[in-house]
Design a protein. Structure first.
Length: 195
């Protein structure tokens, strides 16, 4: 009987040892699995964060490109609009020469141009329709020659005989010089009115 007790005790001890080792192995396996799942979750989060950052960067670049494209389209539309307004204004310049306001301002404009030339002999070129008004507006003592020139659309040019000085007082020239200051006002008025 002692042998049976001894065998039963050994069997119990062996079973208990096996269960303890099995429990330790299961605990170790659970710890390994938990650590692996944690590493996997961290790696997944890192990959997702990196992908999200990449996608945010792409979205920001696409948005920036879209904004630049939109601004470019707006600027091109404004440029076309200003071009149409400028062309329309230029088309009306010959009409402006016939207005009483232009004719009334002509002597002062000619006087200012003559003052630039000093005592030099000058030639005033103007459209044929304006030649008589220019002759009448010039001071008699100026000695300026008036030439009708169909190449001058509206207004006049004054040049010294030696070609050293030219004064451009054409309406086209005035509009060209004033356009950088006028264009923002044109755009503001268009934007006030809306589409």
């Amino acid at each position: 009987m002692a042998l049976e007790h001894l065998l039963a005790a050994l069997e119990r001890d062996a079973t208990a040892e096996a269960e303890r080792r099995l429990a330790a192995a299961r605990a170790e396996a659970a710890a390994i699995r938990a650590a692996a799942e944690e590493r996997l979750a961290r790696r997944r989060a890192e990959v997702l964060d990196a992908r999200a950052a990449e996608l945010r960067g792409r979205a920001e670049r696409a948005l920036g490109e879209a904004r630049r494209g939109g601004r470019r389209l707006v600027l091109e539309a404004r440029h076309r609009l200003l071009g149409r307004v400028l062309a329309a204004a230029r088309a009306r310049l010959p009409e402006a020469m016939a207005t009483p306001e232009y004719r009334a301002a002509l002597p002062a404009a000619l006087g200012a141009a003559l003052a630039c030339a000093g005592d030099a002999a000058v030639v005033v070129r103007c459209p044929p329709a304006l030649a008589a008004a220019v002759r009448d507006a010039l001071p008699r003592a100026s000695g300026a020659a008036v030439e009708a020139d169909s190449g001058v659309r509206a207004g006049f040019t004054l040049a010294t005989a030696d070609g050293v000085l030219t004064v451009d007082d054409t309406l086209d020239g005035r509009l060209e010089r004033l356009w950088p200051r006028l264009a923002p006002g044109v755009l503001a008025r268009v934007e006030e009115r809306g589409p």
